[in-house]
Design a protein around this ligand. Structure first.
Ligand code: PLP
Length: 461
């Protein structure tokens, strides 16, 4: 966009609209009581602004909807598959392209091929489905984030980076032959949607090359990461984002993607690599669990929409607006004294509930309490990443404080406008003034695995 004007606008106009779920506070109080203070149990139509996730919640473009109509639904060799394959090949440079229904299906297949007991996967940070699939295969998942990643208040440009020295120390101890893969998650979802620099990717690649360890990207948000490199890393300001993305892929031996993020679609994913032995084994698993190799659990129309989305997401006007909108929300919250992971990430803002609500003990779930207050006062849905999600209990059943206590406000792509975000900021302003009235919660009932999805809670006595 022209540099003369400082207002960054949504670079699209709206063709189809959908009403928001408008409710009263009184109604929402009933809704949240019935849902046992668990926002996963609320009907979406009772949510006004839904910031639960940016996964599969984006708006498709007119061009993508056009692609849906011309999608080729042939079982084998569909035209839409070849559009999908060509787009991924030209973006990533990888020869073997395997479609899957979403990111975790790629993970299940890949770690089924290369994981197993005694093996260890190293990463800047595994996303939770990645970790679960590594561990399900019998392997171990080790994270090596940089130290500044846990210093929430102090901004740094690339908090998603890996600590290469710590990684190398571990590789020497464990032995490279027990490490079948290094994964760089771009952007680093688990630690605030923070980007990884090209410099760090190069350093990790050099380490991997030295020890003969293949390097893959978990590239759900590759375009957001590439844009951060353009605006924050020396030497890339003049480089087209598509070329930056291609340079990222060039450092790797393969990648997988949850297309529900930066491919701007509601469902889909892929696994891509050069290793013919791994890809042959992966296709065997694909046929067993997902579908034939030219559709892999997706409809032809989905493949078409992904191919178009992968091109659209690299539009620099879109990325400027996208990164700016998360920053705008973050700045608005900071103005009201709401502590966040600073700087804001690519796909959303993470509120530091431990710091915001010091009067609530970890065992009373400050982040969950804040998420519930946000819904009750404003009809806004975020997600707790804290003591409830991590769910570690001692032998007496008392919840142990998680390392962080966050509420993630994830931003769906191309869905909300600036006034929606102004509203979110205003509600937070109210919560900041009245935070003493926010009370902690007690768990009434919780499952042993992934407790946050189904737990029942009530206001603490
Ligand atoms: C979303 C995500 C996944 C898992 O993808 P699904 O499509 O939800 O199965 C894996 N890694 C990262 C970094 C993600 O953000």
């Amino acid at each position: 966009m022209e540099h003369k004007w400082k207002t960054i606008i949504e670079p699209f106009k709206i063709k189809t609209v959908e009403p928001l779920g408008i409710t009263t506070r009184e109604e929402r109080l009933k809704v949240i009581e019935t849902a046992h203070y668990n926002l996963f149990n609320i009907k979406a139509e009772k949510v006004l602004i839904d910031l639960l996730t940016d996964s599969g919640t984006g708006a498709m473009s007119a061009a993508q909807w056009g692609g849906i109509m011309v999608g080729d639904e042939s079982y084998a060799g569909a035209r839409s598959y070849y559009n999908f394959e060509n787009e991924i090949k030209s973006l990533t440079g990888f020869d073997e392209v395997i479609p899957v229904h979403q990111g975790r299906a790629a993970e299940k297949i890949l770690f089924g091929v290369i994981g197993g007991k005694g093996k260890c996967i190293i990463s800047n940070s595994h996303f939770d489905t990645t970790r679960a699939n590594v561990e399900f295969s019998g392997a171990e998942a080790m994270d090596f984030p940089v130290k500044e990643a846990m210093d929430f208040d102090r901004p740094a440009p690339f908090k998603g980076n890996a600590d290469v020295a710590a990684m190398e120390k571990f590789v020497k101890e464990k032995g490279a032959k027990n490490i079948p893969l290094c994964v760089m998650t771009v952007t680093n979802n688990s630690l605030g949607g923070q980007p990884v620099s090209m410099g760090n990717l190069k350093a990790v690649q050099a380490l991997c090359q030295k020890y003969g360890i293949p390097l893959f990207l978990d590239c759900a948000r590759f375009a957001e990461n590439a844009y951060f490199i353009k605006i924050r890393e020396k030497g890339y300001a003049q480089c087209p984002v598509r070329e930056i993305a291609q340079a990222m892929f060039e450092l790797a031996d393969g990648a997988w993607m949850s297309s529900k993020k930066d491919a701007l679609v509601n469902m889909g994913g892929f696994l891509a690599m050069n290793n013919k032995d791994w890809s042959a084994k992966a296709r065997q698993m694909l046929i067993l669990t997902e579908g034939f190799s030219t559709y892999g659990g997706l409809a032809g129309r989905d493949l078409e929409a992904i191919a178009i989305g992968l091109r659209e997401v690299l539009d620099e006007n879109y990325l400027q607006y996208r990164i700016r909108s998360a920053a705008y929300l973050g700045e608005g919250l900071l103005k009201h004294g709401v502590p966040i992971i600073n700087p804001p990430g690519g796909h959303g803002v993470y509120v530091n509930a431990r710091k915001f609500l010091p009067h609530i003990q970890p065992r009373n779930f400050p982040a969950q309490a804040l998420a519930c207050a946000l819904y009750l006062e404003g009809g806004i849905r975020g997600v707790e990443i804290g003591t409830l999600m991590f769910g570690k209990r001692d032998k007496n059943g008392v919840y142990q404080a998680a390392p962080m206590e966050l509420v993630r406000l994830a931003m769906p792509r191309r869905v909300y406008t600036q006034s929606h975000i102004d509203y979110v900021i205003e509600v937070f302003g109210y919560l900041a003034k009245n935070k003493k009235t926010i009370k902690g919660l007690d768990v009434v009932e919780a499952a042993p695995i992934l407790p946050h999805f189904t737990a029942k809670l009530r206001p603490a006595k």
